[in-house]
Design a protein around this ligand. Structure first.
Ligand code: UD1
Ligand code: UDP
Length: 363
């Protein structure tokens, strides 16, 4: 089987790292990097640390408006699919790179496979929600990380080709936790001890592009009784400057560059608690038994909230303050995201599906 995998943004590199090598053991992969993330610290470092194969193609589509960025990816992807003639296109998550792949793949009548299918925040103003819903509806194989995701798909009439697989980020973190404890020196470099700091990340458009929300988050975090380590996404750094919040942020928080995966996992493992608007970080916090404050009003990772590990505090200074100071205890530790074998399951399901679609083709 020949599978064309599309990646473009930081969390997709982490997910592809789990699947890419396994895929290449049983078939052929054409890995395409759209170029959505291009800075070394958002892209190159992940390929090096996670030993992801060098992409066969890099589309070089950099930052732009959503429409132009997605359109440029679509235009650049089409000739690659024509040239390489894959049996399937494999998509991850909910970025513009995901949506571009879904559109080109479904127009060319390929098997479109979506990893992390069925997630819903029910917030249609969130660009990622639009990308998720459209991608799921264009996909012939939906790999759902949780039972909730399977139910969400069924509620929208998607039942064919839906498979519960567990979450690939759980596979990734099981490997990374031990490696990061052995290899990362980030705690020493920052001179912070385990459980003696708070970690925070912000990059969601609804927070970075709204000066009131961004200011409220900085307000809330500035009130922490422990030092706050804040690896700033480039989008966040530029908005902090634009909204005259940079001086305050750098005075009250330990603002640092975005970190590579192993250093970031080390920080997330060691932190007293984390405040984030990231989807992936909410989940990883849960996997590492780190309490999480989510700087949003809703989440697609609802199980983490239901069991008490995650609190939705919104971009609200008072709620952030309260949840930073309160000594809340999670109620339970369920395992809704699988057993760490999602990657293996996904590759097997792809093999089975493509063997049925074309029994003549060797898989
Ligand atoms: C994108 C995804 C988001 C995902 C996030 C992961 C969409 C709509 N958004 O958000 O779902 O959670 O990636 O981090 O697909 N920039 C740089 N260097 C880079 C990349 C971006 O400086 O290498 C800056 C540019 O100013 C750019 C801004 O960051 O305009 C936003 O980048 P973009 O890829 O559009 O969105 P993200 O916020 O990164
Ligand atoms: N991450 C990282 N360095 C950082 C911040 C995040 O390696 O400085 C990793 C994090 O461990 C997770 C992924 O990036 O695996 C999450 O990406 P992000 O928060 O950008 O996107 P989202 O998950 O919200 O789509």
């Amino acid at each position: 089987m020949r599978v064309c995998s599309i990646v473009g943004a930081r969390p997709q590199f982490v997910k592809a790292a789990v699947i890419s090598r396994k895929l290449r053991e049983v078939g052929e992969e054409v890995l395409v990097h759209t170029g959505q993330h291009y800075d070394e610290e958002l892209s190159g470092v992940f390929f090096d640390e996670l030993d992801i194969p060098e992409p066969e193609y890099n589309l070089g589509v950099q930052s732009d408006t959503h429409g132009r960025q997605t359109a440029a990816m679509i235009a650049a992807l089409e000739p690659i699919l024509e040239e390489t003639e894959p049996d399937a296109i494999l998509l991850y998550g909910d970025t513009n790179s995901t949506l571009a792949g879904a559109i080109v793949g479904s127009k060319r009548d390929l098997t479109v496979a979506h990893v992390e299918a069925g997630l819903r925040s029910d917030n249609w103003e969130m660009p990622e929600e639009v990308n998720r819903v459209l991608t799921d509806h264009a996909s012939s194989l939906c790999f759902a990380p949780s039972r909730t995701a399977v139910t969400n798909l069924a509620e929208e009439g998607i039942t064919d080709g839906v498979h519960w697989t567990g979450d690939v980020m759980y596979d990734a973190i099981l490997d990374a936790r031990e490696r990061s404890r052995r290899r990362s020196t980030i705690l020493e470099e920052l001179d912070v001890a385990e459980e003696s700091f708070v970690l925070a990340t912000v990059h969601r458009a609804s927070n970075t592009d709204d000066p009131e929300n961004l200011a409220a988050i900085i307000d809330g975090l500035s009130d922490a009784s422990l030092p706050v380590v804040f690896p700033a996404h480039p989008r966040t750094a530029s908005r902090l400057r634009e909204f005259d919040l940079w001086d305050r942020a750098t005075r009250d928080l330990r603002v640092i560059d975005p970190q590579g995966y192993l250093d970031f996992v080390r920080l997330l493992d060691a932190t007293e608690r984390v405040a984030t608007d990231s989807g992936g970080v909410q989940k990883e916090a849960f996997f590492l038994s780190t309490r999480c404050l989510t700087l949003r009003e809703e989440t697609e990772w609802t199980e983490t909230v239901d069991c008490g590990w995650n609190r939705l505090v919104g971009p609200n200074a008072r709620s952030i303050h309260e949840s930073l100071h309160e000594d809340w205890e999670p109620e339970s530790s369920p395992h809704p995201y699988g057993d760490g074998a999602a990657g293996r399951r996904i590759v097997r399901l792809l093999q089975e599906r493509l063997a049925v679609a074309d029994p003549e083709r060797r898989v």
